[in-house]
Design a protein around this ligand. Structure first.
Ligand SMILES: O=c1[nH]c(=O)c2ncn([C@@H]3O[C@H](COP(=O)(O)OP(=O)(O)OP(=O)(O)O)[C@@H](O)[C@H]3O)c2[nH]1
Ligand SMILES: [Mg+2]
Length: 197
């Protein structure tokens, strides 16, 4: 099987990528497989900057084509927060559980119609032989009052997807990939992918 390297340590993201790339004939490798010690600081101010930082650092290190994903949740009632800080919203330990608790607490007095939000996923592609580039995918939804569902990762248990009438965490990996920010970003990548890999 052909291999694709993703500059991530997030196992939930890796699963999402596997559901999207395995059917296309690619085995997904992550930092855990290729450079366990590598830790790229996300010092950018946009998803694009952070995705490029992660992709170019690993592409340089491995002298190979690499993709990276920087993603997060934008909540309208919170002026777009947590945004690029989604992973570390409740602290540097990056706990999905604590992040959800903090989010629900911050939205405690926000009524149903004002709980709109979107997931954003920016994927950067970098290689030693070409200019890096990014694609962006989004997924519109709303923040629920309570957790529901056991699939996915991050904020999936409280992210309501109107088109499915379900929480993201109630969808299978394949169902999530069909409608998610990550799936949408990868769809944009696909046309360019064949030429690249
Ligand atoms: O419920 C969710 N479903 C998703 O599909 C999703 N995609 C992103 N997120 C949130 O945004 C952070 C990314 O931050 P991020 O891009 O810096 O990644 P990360 O730090 O977790 O791993 P790495 O790829 O940087 O190694 C994640 O941790 C999550 O909190 C999601 N939440
Ligand atoms: Mg990160």
């Amino acid at each position: 099987m052909k291999k694709i390297i993703i500059a991530t340590k997030n196992k939930g993201k890796a699963k999402d990528f596997e559901a999207l790339f395995n059917p296309l004939g690619y085995e997904v490798l992550t930092l855990h497989d290729v450079a366990e010690d590598m830790d790229v600081e996300e010092t950018g101010t946009t998803f694009e900057e952070n995705a490029l930082l992660k992709a170019t650092a690993l592409a340089e290190h491995l002298q190979s084509i690499v993709i990276a994903d920087d993603s997060g949740l934008e909540v309208d009632a919170l002026d777009g927060r947590p945004g690029i800080y989604s992973a570390r919203y409740a602290g540097e330990e990056k706990s999905d559980e604590a992040n959800i608790t903090k989010l629900l607490e911050e939205l405690r007095d926000t009524k149903e119609s004002e709980r709109t939000a979107r997931f954003v996923c920016v994927i950067a592609v970098a290689s030693p032989t070409m200019e890096p580039f990014t694609v962006r995918g989004t997924c519109e939804g709303a923040i629920a009052q309570e957790r529901k569902g056991n699939n996915g990762f991050g904020y999936d248990p409280v992210f309501f997807v109107p088109s499915e009438n379900k929480m993201m965490a109630e969808l299978s990996a394949e169902e999530k990939g069909a409608i998610s920010h990550r799936g949408n970003a990868i769809k944009q990548l696909q046309s360019k992918l064949t030429a690249l890999l």
